[in-house]
Write a protein that binds this ligand. Structure first.
Ligand SMILES: [Zn+2]
Length: 212
């Protein structure tokens, strides 16, 4: 483990973070769900294959690893005033990144529609895409357009390396980003079906904001 943290310094800055006073407002079921969600996301983000990829990305973008002070995997979801869920945000002055979960309600509907395996793939990849996005903000600060474009490119590089099944990687990509804007071909597994599309549009990372 020590060896791993030396090789992937970002990994040692990652913590699960919970606001205990807020947790008291949630039912036992919700608390159990969100604790499980955050521990799953935490493990997904700490995986050596992803940490190795992030190291490479930071080097390529010449973002100093020291620019990141903390990566907090938040236990509870966060909504902006307009009601939209936030996937992550970055305090570029402090170098503090926060990654937020989807709501329990969303996950229940998603699981009913697509199954647990797809939900887990979605939750893990949503968090990865959010972390990539927020890390890029450390360099491009308020340039949301550049961050979004690069985040898509980098996420694509990571998933294509990782998945042998191209259809699967495209399906995940479509879920996280909007395939219509990127001009990518739709996956051949029907995930471009209008009813699924409209549902997935809600999950799109476009809702991921950053505090300026
Ligand atoms: Zn952003």
């Amino acid at each position: 483990m020590l060896m791993l943290e030396k090789n992937f310094p970002l990994s040692s800055k990652m913590r699960i973070s919970v606001d205990h006073e807020k947790l008291e407002n949630f039912s036992q079921n919700h608390v159990k769900f969100y604790l499980k969600y955050s521990s799953f996301v935490f493990r997904a983000l700490k995986k050596p294959s992803f940490q190795k990829f992030l190291n490479w990305m930071l080097k390529k973008e010449t973002i100093e690893e020291q620019a990141v002070s903390a990566v907090q995997v938040k236990v509870l979801p966060f909504r902006r005033k307009n009601g939209k869920g936030v996937a992550g945000n970055c305090n570029t002055t402090r170098g503090r990144i926060r990654i937020y979960p989807k709501t329990m309600k969303f996950c229940q509907i998603f699981k009913q529609k697509f199954g647990l395996t797809t939900l887990l793939a979605y939750a893990g990849n949503r968090a990865r895409a959010a972390l990539i996005h927020e890390l890029l903000h450390l360099k491009y600060i308020a340039d949301e357009k550049t961050v979004r474009k690069l985040a898509k490119d980098y996420f694509c590089i990571f998933t294509q390396k990782r998945y042998t099944q191209r259809a699967h990687s495209l399906f995940i990509y479509t879920m996280i980003f909007d395939a219509k804007i990127s001009g990518k071909k739709a996956p051949p597994d029907g995930s471009n079906h209008p009813s699924i599309r409209s549902k997935l549009d809600e999950t799109c990372l476009r809702a991921s904001g950053v505090f300026k």
